[in-house]
Design a protein around this ligand. Structure first.
Ligand SMILES: [Zn+2]
Ligand SMILES: [Zn+2]
Length: 151
């Protein structure tokens, strides 16, 4: 059985504290909202939800600060191609992102999956980048298409 959003929220808190980072009620609220989303959400949708549920006076910088924090702590990801945010799909498992992650974005339903990149693929990609003299940033790779359900 998949862990509940509450269980994932507890894991997120633990991962945050393990990195020596502060887990504020605001960060917790935004993480909880992310965990409830079926699909990646835009910052303004999350701001709406935050205002309705927790902080009527919340402003855009409030949500962006919290999201930036969650992304840099590795608890959430920002999809550059759609500018939406999603809770990390690996909160409840032991492996992190060291192995490299490929985000599979469904253009029909918007669902996103974090697929592990196997090492031959990663090495091959690294060789191509090296030969271009290009240093990739931290932004994960994204692939658009249709998920299993929508295909
Ligand atoms: Zn992740
Ligand atoms: Zn789909």
């Amino acid at each position: 059985m998949a862990p509940s959003p509450q269980a994932k929220l507890d894991i997120a808190e633990r991962l945050c504290r393990e990195q020596g980072l502060k887990w504020t009620s605001q960060r917790r609220q935004v993480m909880a909202l992310l965990l409830e989303q079926e699909a990646p959400a835009g910052a303004y949708d999350l701001l709406d939800a935050l205002q309705r549920r927790h902080q009527p006076g919340a402003k855009p910088p409030t949500i962006y600060r919290a999201l930036d924090f969650l992304v840099s702590a590795g608890l959430a990801h920002r999809l550059a191609s759609t500018n939406r945010y999603v809770a990390c799909g690996h909160l409840a498992c032991d492996h992190g992102h060291e192995a490299g992650t490929l985000f599979l974005v469904c253009d029909d339903c918007g669902a996103v999956r974090e697929a592990p990149m196997d090492s031959p693929l990663r090495r091959q990609l690294q060789r191509s980048l090296d030969s271009e003299g290009f240093r990739a940033g931290a932004q994960p790779l994204e692939m658009h298409g249709r998920c299993e359900r929508c295909a």
